[in-house]
Design a protein around this ligand. Structure first.
Ligand code: B12
Ligand code: SF4
Length: 501
């Protein structure tokens, strides 16, 4: 059965044919997040959950004599803008949408704009990207961007700029969230408190050759102020791993607690080493965590070089999170070298047994520049270099213990099973009071792609979701006031607050 996929989620918008004989407006910069095709097996909702901070971070460093605009093609707002026609177009490039980035570059360049490219794909494949831009920024962009604009003003634009991730993160200005179309995201409060991760898994972009990203933390007060300033009830921390330094996370939680807001974050499962930290997270408003379990097989975790508790221990760690009302969105990678064709059913069974509210699956993807890519290349297992399919939804390498077709079919099967009525029901929370909101949110999030498509096109995402988020926030405030006075460990309240956000 093929999943429903409207054209606008599959293909980028067409260019506006009226854009002829245009004249670039001096000191006008346009920043673009290019279109990428969506995976019909997963929820369309995740693409409007919260924005990437790549462009808003750069925008914040734009010199004051420039005007800066923001455009995200994935919000389905139509053809790329050209009035006023920008002097500079800054494009963020990931491998999955590199082709679209190049098409955008060509279109604006032909009409007289100067093209600057940055982002993860520039870091891993600078030589490929270079011909498509007037200048590229390799690595961190906040410090390089104002230099690029100054050099351009002085007629001294360089072809390549290098940004360092060693600069103290706390010195960066807060991202320009005010530029975002607020109606189009479930929340515009993408927050980032830390940069880097204590792990360096062989498949992760953080292990890209040449990337030196030590773990840096922003001051707690900076993060708190940004959350307040964006005036949203709910924030998503987009840190690679918010739990890398437990003491910092504890201090952050103490700073966030008085805000009476809710948030979710990506953490590794070792955050549960100390249940008192999980309690602090709950008291500070954490409603959900995105956990990279990666695999239920220890050999795979060891091969990937990830420092992690034994997989047999995962279940009781999930319970610690659930006991504190924190729902778990588990991320699983399929196709590791120790995976055999039974991996799909075993993983889905485990997710159901442990009642994970949500799960995302990723086909193992060797990103160029990583140790995994080098290994696959050496073993002659890379099937092709069509980067648009390096999106973790397609098989791009030869798996060891199954065929590429088995891996692709197994991946699609996992989503079908986890999004099925039976599976949603099997994973309902233990607390009867939480069942109804869980079901409502699960169906809205997982089985309503037509609805998401409509919300995105009509720019109603925020308006429809905000009341639901606000209800969640209020329920969570009641929940945490009970948690605060409970002295039992684990606390007697088994109450999953809500799902989907
Ligand atoms: C927010 C986010 C999303 C959002 C929004 C995505 C979007 N493109 O709009 C959502 C949830 C939709 C999403 C979806 C996916 N994502 Co995502 N996502 C992130 C996340 C968590 C944060 C990105 C961010 O804001 N970073 C902070 C900014 C400040 O850093 P930055 O992007 O690197 O930008 C800096 C520099 O690169 C540079 N720079 C960047 N752009 C530009 C442009 C110019 C002009 C200049 C000068 C400089 C510059 O300057 C910036 C400041 O220093 C990252 C993980 C992470 N923490 O980075 C993953 C991440 C980017 N996602 C990833 C993946 C795989 C996906 C998916 C394919 C997953 C899936 N299977 O569905 C999808 C598909 C999206 C796609 N095709 O791009 C991978 C990418 C791996 C890779 N090598 O490409 C990452 C790194 C996660 C990971 N650990 O593997 N994602
Ligand atoms: S734990 Fe996650 S963020 Fe950290 S290196 Fe591994 S995959 Fe990357």
């Amino acid at each position: 059965m093929s999943a429903w996929m409207p054209k606008s989620m599959r293909l980028p918008p067409e260019f506006d044919r009226r854009a002829v004989n245009v004249r670039p407006m001096p000191r006008e910069a346009l920043l673009i997040n290019p279109f990428y095709p969506k995976d019909p097996h997963a929820s369309f909702g995740k693409h409007v959950l919260t924005p990437s901070l790549a462009l808003t971070s750069i925008a914040a460093a734009t010199p004051s004599n420039w005007n800066v605009r923001y455009w995200d093609e994935n919000l389905l707002h139509g053809a790329p803008p050209w009035q006023p026609f920008p002097e500079v177009v800054g494009i963020t490039v990931h491998l999955t949408f590199a082709d679209r980035a190049y098409a955008l570059a060509e279109w604006y360049r032909e009409r007289g704009a100067t093209i600057i490219m940055g982002g993860l794909h520039v870091l891993s494949c600078p030589e490929e990207v270079r011909p498509h831009a007037d200048a590229i920024v390799v690595g961190e962009g906040v410090h390089a961007w104002p230099q690029v604009l100054r050099d351009l003003e002085n007629g001294q634009l360089q072809p390549v700029y290098h940004g360092s991730y060693r600069t103290p993160y706390r010195d960066d200005p807060p991202p320009r969230r005010d530029l975002l179309p607020r109606d189009s995201f479930l929340t515009t409060a993408s927050l980032i408190a830390t940069r880097g991760c204590h792990n360096r898994c062989g498949f992760c972009y953080l292990s890209t050759a040449g990337l030196h990203m030590p773990y840096h933390m922003r001051d707690v007060q900076q993060v708190v102020d940004e959350f307040q300033a964006d005036d949203q009830p709910y924030a998503v921390f987009i840190d690679n791993n918010l739990g890398s330094k437990p003491d910092y996370l504890r201090a952050l939680c103490r700073g966030l607690r008085p805000l009476e807001k809710i948030w979710s974050a990506a953490v590794s499962i070792d955050v549960t080493d100390d249940p008192s930290l999980v309690r602090e997270m709950a008291l500070a408003g954490c409603t959900g965590v995105f956990v990279g379990f990666e695999s239920l097989q220890n050999d795979n975790i060891v091969d990937a070089g990830k420092k992690s508790p034994r997989t047999e221990d995962y279940a009781q760690r999930v319970r610690i999170l659930h006991d504190h009302g924190i729902q778990v969105n588990g991320s699983f990678v399929l196709g590791f070298d120790e995976d055999t064709p039974d991996v799909f059913e075993r993983t889905a069974d485990w997710i159901e047994t442990n009642r994970l509210e949500c799960a995302t699956f990723h086909i193992l993807t060797p990103y160029p520049g990583t140790p995994l890519f080098a290994q696959m290349e050496q073993e002659n297992r890379i099937l092709h270099r069509d980067w648009s399919r390096y999106d973790t939804g397609h098989v791009v390498f030869q798996p060891r213990h199954m065929t590429a077709e088995q891996l692709a079919e197994g991946y699609a099967w996992c989503y079908r099973r986890l999004f099925s009525h039976a599976s949603i029901w099997a994973r309902r929370p233990g607390d009867p009071h939480a069942v109804l909101p869980y079901l409502a949110m699960s169906y809205l999030y997982k089985r309503s792609n037509w609805f998401w498509h409509w919300l995105i096109r009509t720019r109603l995402t925020a308006r429809v979701w905000r009341p639901l988020v606000e209800i969640t926030r209020r329920r969570h405030i009641r929940f945490r006031s009970r948690l605060a006075i409970s002295t039992d460990s684990p606390p007697p309240i088994r109450h999953v607050v809500s799902a989907g956000v």
